[in-house]
Design a binder for this molecule. Structure first.
Ligand code: NOJ
Length: 558
């Protein structure tokens, strides 16, 4: 397998609105990020993925872009951006920007023109259709509830929006639009940025004729007609030829609904499309038949099946990205660990579990502190458009029980991840001197950077070690993955093998002490413990012992 810098890198995701506010307006900004670069350098991360900082009316907090070449006023100026980039490069860190080109904002100049008349030169930059029998052109639903179509009076047609109605989908069939996007990407790359995280990039090609989903419902899930669509590989290969291949960069595509077979095409070894993708399969483990908000308990056997499938299917053929949370997902320690009595142990265990797998690990801001989900009592305390649209549809219009829906929000809502970063125990956790745009998690008095940096046993210091190990042992980067103890209901165990080196990774996903018996072919007598989240006694180094609640250990066998 070819060695590349982005394979032994660790990425840290910043959600700028919530990271650090430098000017007291309650909103994080670029100068705030600059002021915390030494903290990130100290943690050891190589790359920062910056969620969108472009001009935006913030219907979806920056994922609705009205000018791709301007910086959002609240976040700063293009000079701040240049300085951020310089300061990162000076510290040997790389910057990956978010690229949101499945849709733009309805306040983008292109759309303002497009909606004016049917013969406007920009009309075809978006997807317009006449209504059918007095209703929407098809029955597709938006990711954010309701129809994916919005009627526009000026021209008496509908436009497609897979997300909010202020996020009209761009029409990738139009070569002029594609060229504008490539030019914009080159403009950023020529500034020196080091890569792109591509927002829902596998939705850019829609099936010809935009057929209705086969369900009879008025609004139905049309995913099969726009996820991994017919021309998506053609477009990405073109983008690669025209733009990506000309730079030494890193690319990751966000791809809901992509299988491992799709991933091998998107992230193929020949490098004709992207370097890696984000899968969603493990993020759907706790979704019932009714989807994301129909929460069901997840089980370890399913996590094993999904993670192992991605590890094995991509072996030698593509490259994985590794994540357990981001700005769209609940906090990982609340979802997959125990955010109460074993918060620290389980956060370290989950970090171990992920960082020892094959692929590029992503840390979401605050994960290195073990930040947790939040419970706000009032729906008004939430900001996220997805939460509000869903609440309106289910409770206000659908009459469902308020408390039941709030419980689902507590478990799955995106604002769990978006409460401001917890820097210290002072007012507003040191995030802002003003009024924060979203309330803080009240646990910031105990869980914060100042505490974590001062405590040698903190999650933060444990992550530092995980990152260091990746730089020291090639087997962590390039070793082949194999699941062991497949049927164990508490323990997720796997090995990684590269030449004569073997890692054994043992993770107890339960709050119970769990006995472990390793397969006979693992010769344990000379094992060296590389990292663990509990003290380990010498006499434990035999093939059978117990793991404490949420214990994780990584052994190196030579
Ligand atoms: C995925 C992004 O991660 C999410 O935050 C956003 O709402 C949608 N794409 C639409 O851009």
């Amino acid at each position: 397998m070819e060695k590349q810098w982005w394979k032994n890198s660790v990425v840290y995701q910043i959600y700028p609105r919530s990271f650090m506010d430098s000017n007291g307006d309650g909103i994080g900004d670029l100068r705030g990020i600059i002021s915390k670069l030494d903290y990130l350098k100290e943690l050891g991360v190589d790359v920062i993925w910056l969620s969108p900082v472009y001009q935006s009316p913030n219907d979806d907090n920056g994922y609705d872009i009205s000018d791709y070449q301007k910086i959002m006023d609240e976040f700063g100026t293009i000079e701040d951006m240049d300085e951020l980039l310089n300061q990162m490069h000076e510290r040997g860190m790389k910057l990956m920007m978010d690229l949101v080109v499945n849709h733009s904002s309805d306040e983008h100049q292109w759309f303002i023109e497009s909606r004016k008349s049917k013969d406007n030169p920009y009309r075809d930059y978006y997807i317009w259709r006449p209504g059918k029998d007095g209703a929407e052109p098809n029955n597709w639903t938006s990711f954010f509830s309701g129809s994916a179509w919005q009627y526009d009076e000026a021209t008496e047609e509908y436009y497609l929006h897979l997300f909010s109605k202020k996020q009209p989908d761009l029409n990738w069939e139009n070569p002029t639009l594609r060229k504008e996007i490539y030019d914009m990407m080159k403009w950023w790359l020529d500034k020196g940025i080091d890569g792109f995280r591509m927002d829902v990039i596998n939705l850019i090609s829609k099936v010809d004729g935009l057929p209705s989903a086969p369900g009879r419902k008025r609004y139905d899930w049309g995913g099969d007609f726009f996820m991994n669509g017919p021309r998506v590989h053609e477009y990405l290969q073109e983008m690669n030829r025209e733009v990506l291949s000309k730079y030494e960069i890193m690319t990751v595509g966000e791809c809901p609904g992509a299988s491992t077979a799709d991933a091998i095409k998107y992230a193929n070894n020949d490098g004709t499309e992207l370097n890696m993708i984000f899968t969603f399969e493990h993020m759907d483990l706790d979704s019932g038949p009714g989807g994301k908000w129909n929460v069901k308990p997840w089980i370890l056997a399913d996590l094993k099946t999904i993670m192992s499938k991605w590890q094995n299917d991509l072996e030698g053929k593509g490259w994985n990205s590794l994540y357990l949370n981001n700005h769209d997902q609940p906090r990982m320690v609340s979802r997959f660990g125990n955010d109460k009595e074993y918060r620290v142990e389980s956060a370290k265990m989950l970090g171990t579990f992920l960082h020892m797998m094959k692929g590029t690990p992503y840390i979401y801001q605050g994960e290195e502190l073990g930040m947790t989900n939040v419970r706000f009592e009032q729906i008004e305390d939430y900001n996220d458009i997805e939460i509000h649209n869903m609440y309106r549809e289910k409770v206000v219009e659908g009459g469902e029980d308020h408390h039941k829906v709030m419980e689902a929000i507590y478990i799955k809502g995106r604002d769990n991840a978006r409460t401001p970063m917890q820097w210290d125990s002072s007012e507003n956790a040191g995030f802002t001197s003003g009024t924060p745009w979203l309330k803080l998690n009240p646990n910031y008095k105990e869980i914060n950077v100042a505490q974590a940096v001062a405590d040698p046993n903190s999650i933060y210091h444990y992550y530092q070690q995980l990152i260091k190990l990746r730089k020291e042992y090639e087997v962590i980067v390039y070793g082949r993955y194999e699941l062991i103890l497949e049927d164990d209901e508490n323990i997720y165990a796997y090995t990684r093998t590269l030449g004569n080196e073997k890692l054994v990774v043992l993770c107890n996903f339960s709050g119970e002490e769990s006995p472990i018996v390793l397969p006979d072919d693992i010769e344990f007598s000379t094992a060296e413990l590389l990292i663990g989240n509990y003290p380990v006694h010498e006499e434990d180094s035999v093939n059978s012992f117990s793991l404490k609640p949420y214990e994780a250990r990584v052994y190196l066998l030579k």
